[in-house]
Design a protein around this ligand. Structure first.
Ligand SMILES: [Zn+2]
Length: 393
């Protein structure tokens, strides 16, 4: 018999973390975000210690570790499989541990080195295999990555993350954190929840984890670094002042929403091709925008489809909504995602084109920019997302 985690507790715990630090996508410096993450992590560490004690097998009971992952088979032995290690902590705590470690390496020169495009695609394919609940599949991930089995909302979930064998963060390549859900009895949503700007868009990593749990979404994706972690540029369209103290500058290669070099983008592209699921990407900002600014990345607003449905559901809940393509962007609120490389790829731009060219068929990815006050109390947004993306049959 397993313990079912009450949804409200999970959401409440994450919401409590969300309340601790207000942040934005504007010009706040990295050091301030460090502090925000450090503060937020204190409570989370303390509150999850009990869960680690009484939930799931002890680390010594865990299945085979993956210290050999990524290495070729030797002496005729079998290559590494996707066998998952049981882990007795909440998914929110996994995300918290990874993000705390991420923040500690944020200003470390060369903390993340981008893989080659070929290695990015190999990693993406391995992540997708690892998340299929087939423990016999071969998926030789990089040596620092492991596959873990957790319980979330009564469902089985698999997590691909840079954690050691007992679940402590041990980042080396910072390629991101990914999870997938397999329902046990009730319905789930064929929905991919994405947090491409952890730390930079303060607490969107916690919000995305809480949304993944609350909506019982199929897939979770979080980028592996702060968007400004590398000084190298991505070469993709657009500029931002987030990493350069208010001066517009090209996007960095570590900006997962604006870099096709990034492993996060590689996983998105593989997932977008492999499955029909829609995507929800959560951001936050301090610009002069409505509480929620919604777009599909096309620059126009369609009156039908998930973006329109989400806008209507949010307004019904009393949230002030801006619609990109219908009154936005403005001179002071420009965050309409037309240069978002995930939206572009899913809209039909090729791998080679997504960095510099628009897609053609938008609507499958919903880009959500939030004011900090909406993110700090995200239940109206969560409920609207649940309404806009009905459960799978
Ligand atoms: Zn963002």
């Amino acid at each position: 018999m397993y313990l079912r985690a009450p949804a409200l507790l999970v959401v409440a715990a994450c919401s409590a973390g969300l309340l601790i630090a207000e942040g934005c996508e504007g010009v706040v410096g990295i050091d301030e975000r460090h502090l925000a993450r450090s503060d937020a992590s204190v409570g989370a560490d303390a509150s999850t210690a009990d869960a680690a004690v009484d939930a799931g097998p002890t680390p010594t009971d865990a299945g085979p570790t993956r210290t050999d992952a990524g290495l070729p088979p030797t002496d005729g032995g079998l290559p590494p499989t996707c066998h998952a290690t049981p882990l007795g902590i909440t998914f929110a705590e996994v995300v918290n541990r990874v993000t705390v470690a991420m923040s500690q390496h944020i200003a470390e020169a060369g903390a993340m080195t981008m893989p080659s495009d070929a290695d990015r695609d190999v990693f993406a394919a391995q992540v997708l295999v690892a998340l299929t609940f087939n423990s016999t599949e071969m998926c030789p991930l990089p040596p620092s990555y492991r596959v873990f089995a957790l319980e979330d909302q009564g469902d089985d979930i698999l997590v691909v993350a840079e954690l050691d064998a007992i679940g402590n963060a041990a980042p080396r390549v910072f390629y991101g954190t990914y999870a997938a859900r397999r329902h046990r009895a009730r319905v789930t949503r064929d929905l991919v929840v994405q947090a491409p700007h952890p730390l930079a868009d303060t607490n969107t990593e916690d919000e995305a984890a809480a949304l993944f749990s609350s909506a019982r979404a199929e897939i979770f994706m979080m980028a592996g670094t702060h968007r400004c972690a590398s000084s190298k540029t991505s070469g993709c369209d657009g500029t931002t002042d987030v990493c350069s103290a208010g001066t517009a500058a090209p996007f960095r290669e570590t900006d997962a929403a604006h870099s096709t070099k990034n492993p996060f983008w590689g996983v998105h592209a593989a997932l977008s091709q492999a499955r029909p699921s829609p995507f929800v990407q959560v951001h936050t900002n301090d610009a002069s925008c409505p509480d929620a600014l919604l777009s599909d990345g096309s620059g126009t607003f369609s009156d039908a489809g998930p973006t329109a449905n989400l806008a209507a559901a949010l307004e019904q809940a009393g949230t002030v909504v801006g619609r990109c393509g219908a009154g936005y962007p403005t001179t002071t609120c420009k965050l309409c995602a037309i240069d978002n490389v995930e939206a572009r790829f899913t809209a039909g731009a090729s791998e080679a084109a997504a960095c510099t060219k628009m897609g053609t068929t938008y609507g499958r990815l919903v880009h959500i920019e939030q004011k900090p006050r909406l993110r700090a109390n995200p239940m109206p947004l969560f409920n609207a997302i649940k309404a806009a993306f009905p459960p799978s049959p």
